[in-house]
Design a protein around this ligand. Structure first.
Ligand code: GPU
Length: 823
């Protein structure tokens, strides 16, 4: 059944199949010089994309017009080093409400729409959860009609493409621009200059006031590239504005003699490396000068852009925060704090106190991790060499901060040392999380447990001084991309049952509860899941050659490879199953297909070894005649948004098994549950809130709690003792250590085994038995197909809280104090 809004959209000019067909044909002819009959898949894809982009910008211009007439409206600036946008075509067609119309339009061309959607490559401008969250938030901001701009870096090369060769990860350069990226428009006329290095000097201005001038050594141009972000079935169209670094022609070439053209070009190459490549580390900063340059580059572009537009539309520097609410997506953009201070002080002549008030009222800071190694610091020497003026400002912020601490806690020098922006132990470095806290009016964690741990541990001193600045905003994901686009079967079934309002009002899914006991509905629910599993099975066979059976339980763990996420705990369970089957080949077990996916940071040796371990287990079990196909282990290569859109809808069991207290939130957990998978998980991150919502009887819980982990460590955790006392565990560890999984290199997995036996900081062995027992409960429920389906339906019905629309409403109300601007 066609929804009212679909019908409405179709009658609007340019959105009916005939107009779309004409637009695609015109783009082929006039833009690409192609005849429709001979157009390639890429030609057709580009033509469709341009036809869609035209319609997005039509909305975008209207949104901008509206803003110009509403200079009182506050705009959100989401500052993020990563935006993991995923494929754009299908998502834009869904938001425009013309997926079916375009499908019909494309019947006149040699390649149908689904072929084009499949052909599209995604811009991988992020590592994982943090970058994907930013993309979900842009979708929700537009859907809620809140004016917003995402500011980031237009990396020429995004996250590497992962190949699996001989079971190992191999990294290939991601050339996402090579066939042309049709969704963006370059805006060279809006370029800004960004400076680096050099020195500062004091001077007295015309009014006799002391001022500082920054004599920089290097100038770089930032050129914005805009991608329109249309909300779901609304007219609001926001922007993702990504900056590309370019050489300043006149600067470089004028300073060299004719004979030194080569050196001039070298300078240009070095400048352009700033936006060349995304650092492929997830939650583990590298401290490289180029990374700091990237951070300052995009932040300076963004703040200058915001200031310029504020002033162009009649604002003054001291009212900047009335126009802009800027969110720092972790500390990667935290240098925005001294940058806004510098612009207000040095370029716009504000006094310190006034500038500081504007700055604090502008920024909010979201923390995304508690891992100590992930808390960013920059060496004072490096920072000062690159940003000498900003270092002075950081010192002044710190001087005032420390004064304040001493006033409130006289004599408490320990506290002063702990809270200082400068870590004085060892090489002096700037604590970016402290800088972000100091410069923000609001600080938030991303799930209830994470915020609690932030408040009681990492940022406890800050909470003591300013308790009202701390908030929780639990993460969410967009149901448009992760249900409507990626799971049309399930979406159609839901819409048939409860109407079509749910994608923008996800709490409405609760109405599905009354279908959980309807045998007919359950059967259709299972049919949808089966179709999705068949689709995944085909993709698995195509990409790995492994044949899997859609009737088996699809048990899935996809996410970055990290020891704290414990892919190896999952592997220990697989080997437990395998050893049971070897001991008794006639054992009646639940057939399982266990799918892994995810990238390892190229320099993270143990993570790469974990991938090799998974593929080695696959090689051992997949064709073992005793196993008889009842256990299949797959490593699906190059996990990204596009692959996720095939995998989430096909999962029965969602593995969320991080050590309690380590995963700030997780968002894959939400994507799985929204697609009817049941979670097996620890009390970590948002798992806790998911379990609260779906009900403990519809969630497989195991493992130590965050408190128990802490106590156990404090009491002196001895993994070796766990190993000694558990024969099943000993069996699987000994199997790995024996070299049976790596006959060509028997000691290959020794580093993993030794890490577990002698250190095990992530308590894998401590949770092993609880996990294996919990998996037995999974089997038991799976054997009762009706009960499983009921739990699956109830999971979806009760997941409404985890729409990113709810998260964004929370940010708007509690942190940004912004309101929608309705067309
Ligand atoms: N996260 Br810090 C990243 O993906 N990258 C990072 O650099 C940092 C955090 C993740 C968290 O690990 C995950 O738990 C969370 O759901 C996600 O950010 C979004 O908040």
């Amino acid at each position: 059944a066609e929804s009212l809004s679909d019908a409405e959209h179709r009658t609007r000019t340019g959105l009916d199949p005939e107009s779309l067909r004409r637009a695609v044909r015109d783009h082929l002819f006039y833009f690409q010089g192609r005849h429709p009959a001979t157009a390639s898949v890429n030609d057709c894809y580009l033509a469709v994309a341009y036809a869609v982009r035209d319609r997005l910008f039509q909305h975008g211009v209207q949104s901008l017009d509206l803003l110009l007439h509403r200079p009182d409206a506050r705009i959100v600036a989401y500052l993020s080093a990563e935006f993991l946008m995923g494929p754009q075509l299908a998502a834009n067609l869904v938001n425009l409400g013309i997926l079916d119309a375009m499908r019909e339009a494309m019947t006149a061309f040699p390649h149908d729409l689904d072929r084009l959607i499949d052909h599209e490559e995604e811009p991988g401008l992020g590592n994982g959860g943090l970058g994907r969250l930013a993309a979900c938030y842009l979708d929700s901001l537009a859907t809620l009609e809140v004016p917003a701009i995402g500011y980031g870096i237009r990396y020429e090369f995004g996250i590497f493409n992962q190949q699996i060769r001989d079971g190992w990860q191999v990294e290939l350069t991601d050339k996402w621009l090579h066939l042309g990226y049709p969704w963006e428009i370059a805006r060279p006329e809006r370029a800004v200059e960004v400076r680096f290095g050099g020195t500062t000097e004091g001077y007295t201005d015309a009014d006799g006031r002391y001022r500082v001038r920054w004599n920089a050594a290097e100038i770089v141009m930032g050129v914005p590239h805009d991608t329109p972000i249309l909300g779901y079935r609304v007219k609001t169209c926001n922007l993702l504005r990504l900056w590309r670094a370019e050489a300043v022609q006149s600067f470089d070439f004028a300073s060299f003699n004719v004979g030194e053209y080569g050196r001039a070009v070298e300078q240009q190459v070095s400048t352009e490396t700033i936006s060349k490549v995304l650092y492929p580390n997830d939650a583990s900063p590298q401290g490289k000068a180029l990374r700091l340059k990237q951070q300052y580059f995009f932040v300076s572009c963004a703040i200058q852009d915001m200031l310029r537009s504020h002033i162009r539309f009649g604002g003054t520097p001291d009212t900047f925060h009335h126009r802009w609410a800027a969110q720092l997506n972790d500390t990667h953009p935290a240098v925005a704090v001294p940058e806004l201070m510098r612009l207000l002080l040095d370029e716009h002549g504000l006094e310190w106190d006034a500038a500081w008030e504007v700055t604090q009222k502008t920024f909010g800071y979201t923390n995304h991790t508690l891992l100590p190694e992930a808390l960013e610091t920059w060496s004072v020497d490096l920072f000062g060499a690159l940003l000498p003026r900003h270092l002075e400002i950081v010192y002044e912020i710190n001087r005032r901060l420390v004064d304040g601490v001493r006033r409130v806690y006289p004599g408490d020098e320990g506290r002063v040392r702990r809270m200082s922006l400068i870590d004085e132990s060892g090489r002096r470095s700037i604590r970016m999380a402290h800088l972000a806290c100091a410069g923000s009016h609001a600080v938030n964690g991303v799930a209830a447990l994470h915020t609690d741990l932030l408040k009681t541990q990492v940022l406890a001193d800050w909470v003591a001084m300013r308790p009202d600045r701390f908030h929780n905003v639990t993460n969410g994901v967009t149901p448009r991309r992760f249900m409507v686009v990626s799971n049309p079967g399930l979406s159609g079934l839901i819409t048939a049952a409860i109407g079509d309002g749910w994608p923008s009002r996800l709490e409405a899914l609760r109405e599905l509860e009354r279908f959980a006991d309807d045998p007919d509905f359950r059967a259709r629910w299972r049919d949808v899941k089966r179709e999705n599993k068949q689709r995944l099975a085909a993709a698995i066979e195509q990409r790995t050659g492994i044949v899997v059976y859609p009737d088996s339980l699809f048990d899935v763990q996809v996410k970055r490879i990290h020891e704290y996420k414990r892919q190896h705990l999952n592997v220990l369970h697989l080997l437990t199953l395998y050893r049971r089957l070897k001991a008794d080949p006639s054992l009646d077990i639940v057939p399982r297909t266990v799918v892994f996916g995810g990238k390892a940071a190229p320099g993270y040796f143990i993570a790469k070894l974990m991938i090799k371990l998974v593929t080695a287990v696959g090689a051992l079990v997949n064709d073992d005649p005793d196993v008889r196909g009842r256990l299949k282990v797959v490593f699906f290569p190059n996990f990204n948004v596009k692959v996720g859109q095939i995998i989430y809808p096909a999962a029965d069991l969602s593995e969320q098994i991080s050590t309690a207290g380590q995963e700030a939130s997780g968002t894959g957990n939400m994507k799985f549950a929204l697609n009817g998978a049941i979670t097996i998980g620890t009390l970590d991150g948002a798992n806790i809130e998911i379990r609260d919502e779906v009900g403990p009887e519809n969630f497989f819980l195991f493992g130590l709690t965050a408190d128990e982990v802490r106590l156990r460590k404090a009491a002196g955790y001895d993994p070796r003792a766990v190993y000694e006392s558990n024969p099943v565990l000993r069996g699987v560890i000994d199997l790995i250590a024996s070299g049976a999984l790596s006959p060509d290199d028997p000691s290959r997995f020794r580093p993993l085994v030794d890490g577990l036996l002698w250190h095990d900081p992530f308590m894998v062995l401590a949770d092993f038995q609880a996990y294996v027992d919990c998996q037995a409960q999974v089997d038991a429920l799976w054997r009762d197909g009706e009960a499983w389906t009921r739990a699956s339906i109830l999971n979806v019905a009760r997941m409404g809280k985890f729409s990113s629309d709810r998260s964004i409403r929370d940010y708007c109300e509690r942190i940004w104090h912004v309101e929608p601007v309705r067309a």
